[in-house]
Ligand binder design. Structure first.
Ligand code: SF4
Ligand code: MSK
Length: 645
């Protein structure tokens, strides 16, 4: 039952579809993530500050950062050790999630190489060959299948412990690699770094908080220049390079007269086969026989971004929409793979006719029907799931259906290759525009929704402030969906940008906010930054770039934030991380890292103030490169707008 009965919804989201469905959820007696957050209040202060520890059975312990209660856990760990260990474990969990996703795609490439699947094939032979060359594989006279087998074998080594350095990290500028060497953070095997991180944070192992955090950096880099990058590169190789295309977003993409299937999670292996199965003539005839005019697919979260980028499949919404899409009453089936899928969806589905189908044996959901996904038989499994949805269409209750809004148009599909193609095959026009000051710099806005923050306000306000100041914005994950819903991702949105950025977008026919993909595709941002730095002969940290995660919630976002900073990009977090119980760690992350990694974090929940911090940073970097720069002091804090959040 909703705790927001009758009022207060407008504080929760900027989106009309969310607000309408929250009202319907209340009428239908359905509990949502916001209700559960309210019931959790007040949340634990020790945990919020990062000073609680439960990693051994002498605990749980907590340290009082205000000096009145205990200052050490039972084992003697102080606030610095406890905060560092908790943060490092978040990094390891996030890096493991992305990298294990990458491993699943890698194992599919291996199957292709072994000729053991006819569901998947090599869609981008050129990219396969480029990757093979990067791994030192001789490509002449070899078939795609042979190369797939050899590349898969080499990349599997990236997960092991024999690699002294991950090969893909060599894409970073020399100066960046030297920083990693000097600080002992050059990433080696992905599994090795993650296992070592868990080992070090066991009671009584690494008790030097700086040493713990340095290994957290190395662990995050094993994801950013390893596991996540493998996921992106191999998804492009197997499923196709994203190219610019128009699509639609929000709950209005559901179709009242069609079978609606929601694709939720992160891994494109499954969603690719569902997309193929939904075009099967037999299943389309079956849908018609059940009274539907077709089969409509819509994405959620990052699985949605994968099929949006490559196939133009419309997007129903971001993280906080996963229950509300079911509340429309128009969804026959939600198929999930893994990550960011709230266990609550099966409870929500009980109030409607929606079936929830889980597919990965490592991600089961009580209350869902489990159909074990096996890439050797992908297409048959895809058809089985689509058939379940079609056969569920007659159970839909017309009086419970409400599709509340019309969809919004957006442009997607900006892989690095597509961006370079839009620029005429080289990054030079982008560099020229930055040098001339037409574009002041570029910012990656990434990450999730979090019910503690008004949904999408952080993403969209920050984006607006940046583009109107001629800063190009690239987006991934749920941030991209927020900006898409807000109408910021069409070529026409160039009118909302400053004069320099607007003119360039109009000349190229692109939006001022470019969709680079899902969470794992944040690697497109770091790889693009590396390419720009290499073209200019400088380190990434010298460039007028920044990152932001205004509404993050996930451990993956922590891993991303750390590898982005460790790659030399200043990053502003909107959600407060659990570090404030250790002033030493706050100082290190927000100031001290500058001297170690050439970049720092900032924490600023207000998106307008975050925009000011980022603009000042970009102008400082422009000045450092000898480019025309505004005086940072001329960019003032919008004190009058502080009441926004
Ligand atoms: Fe307490 Fe130390 Fe055990 Fe943590 S590791 S629960 S601080 S005794
Ligand atoms: S889905 S990690 S809520 S971006 Fe990638 Fe969205 Fe964050 Fe999940």
């Amino acid at each position: 039952m909703s705790v927001f009965s009758g009022n207060g919804y407008e504080k929760l989201s900027i989106n009309a579809d969310t607000l309408a469905m929250l009202e319907k959820a209340r009428r239908d007696g359905v509990e949502t993530v916001w209700d559960r957050l309210a019931k959790q209040q007040p949340q634990c202060g020790y945990c919020s500050l990062g000073t609680s520890c439960r990693i051994c059975a002498m605990g749980p312990c907590r340290v009082d950062p205000f000096g009145e209660g205990p200052q050490r856990g039972v084992c003697g760990a102080d606030a610095d050790i406890i905060v560092a260990r908790n943060l490092a474990r978040m990094v390891a969990a996030g890096a493991s999630a992305h990298s294990d996703h990458g491993r699943d795609i890698l194992e599919t490439l291996h199957l292709v190489g072994e000729g053991k699947t006819d569901t998947y094939t090599i869609s981008e032979p050129e990219k396969l060959r480029r990757l093979a060359v990067e791994y030192g594989i001789q490509t002449a006279d070899k078939s795609d299948q042979q190369l797939a087998a050899e590349l898969a074998w080499e990349m599997m080594e990236d997960y092991g412990m024999r690699r002294a350095k991950l090969p893909l990290a060599a894409r970073a500028p020399q100066a960046r690699q030297e920083i990693w060497e000097k600080t002992g953070t050059y990433p080696r095997g992905i599994d090795r770094e993650n296992v070592e991180m868990l080992h070090r944070t066991h009671m009584g192992v690494d008790n030097d908080w700086v040493n713990i955090l340095l290994h957290a950096v190395r662990t995050s880099l094993s994801d950013g220049w390893g596991g996540s990058l493998i996921a992106t590169e191999l998804s492009d190789t197997l499923f196709g390079l994203p190219t610019p295309k128009m699509s639609q977003m929000n709950l209005g993409v559901l179709k009242a007269d069609q079978v609606n299937i929601i694709l939720h999670g992160h891994n494109p292996m499954l969603s690719e086969v569902i997309v193929a199965a939904a075009q099967d003539p037999d299943l389309l005839r079956l849908a018609e026989a059940h009274g539907a005019t077709g089969i409509n697919l819509a994405g959620l979260c990052c699985t949605g971004s994968e099929v949006l980028m490559r196939k133009g499949i419309p997007m129903a919404g971001n993280h906080l929409m996963q229950e509300l899409v079911i509340v429309t009453g128009a969804v026959e089936l939600m198929v999930v793979d893994y990550q960011c899928i709230m266990p609550a969806v099966t409870e929500t589905a009980k109030c409607y006719h929606t079936k929830i189908v889980s597919t990965f044996d490592k991600a089961k959901f009580p209350g869902a029907q489990h159909i074990s996904f096996d890439p050797e038989h992908g297409i048959e499994i895809g058809k089985q799931i689509v058939r379940l949805a079609v056969e569920n269409f007659p159970q839909r209750v017309a009086s419970k259906v409400n599709i509340p809004v019309e969809p919004v148009e957006m442009m997607t599909g900006f892989s690095i290759e597509a961006i370079l193609q839009a620029l005429g095959g080289t990054p030079q026009p982008l560099i020229d525009a930055i040098v001339k000051g037409q574009i002041r710099g570029a910012v990656g806005i990434v990450g999730c929704n979090n019910p503690k923050i008004k949904q999408d306000l952080g993403h969209t306000e920050l984006t607006r402030r940046l583009i109107e100041n001629d800063i190009l914005v690239v987006v991934t994950g749920c941030a991209a969906i927020a900006d898409g819903k807000a109408g910021l991702m069409t070529p026409a949105a160039a009118d909302k940008a400053g004069p320099g950025l607007s003119a360039i977008c109009k000349a190229l026919g692109i939006p001022p906010v470019l969709h680079l993909g899902s969470c794992v595709d944040n690697t497109r941002i770091t790889v693009l930054a590396a390419a720009l730095a290499n073209a200019l002969g400088v380190d990434i940290s010298a460039l007028p770039l920044a990152g932001a995660a205004p509404e993050w919630y996930s451990e993956k976002a922590v891993a991303i934030g750390v590898y982005v900073v460790a790659s030399g990009i200043y990053t502003v977090l909107g959600t407060t991380p659990p570090i404030f119980g250790s002033p030493n760690i706050v100082k290190l992350l927000t100031e001290g890292l500058e001297g170690v990694l050439g970049a720092t974090f900032a924490v600023e929940p207000d998106p307008n103030r975050a925009a000011v911090l980022i603009r000042r940073h970009i102008e400082k970097k422009r000045a450092g490169l000898g480019l025309s720069a505004l005086l940072p002091d001329s960019i003032v804090m919008p004190e009058a707008e502080l009441a926004l959040v």
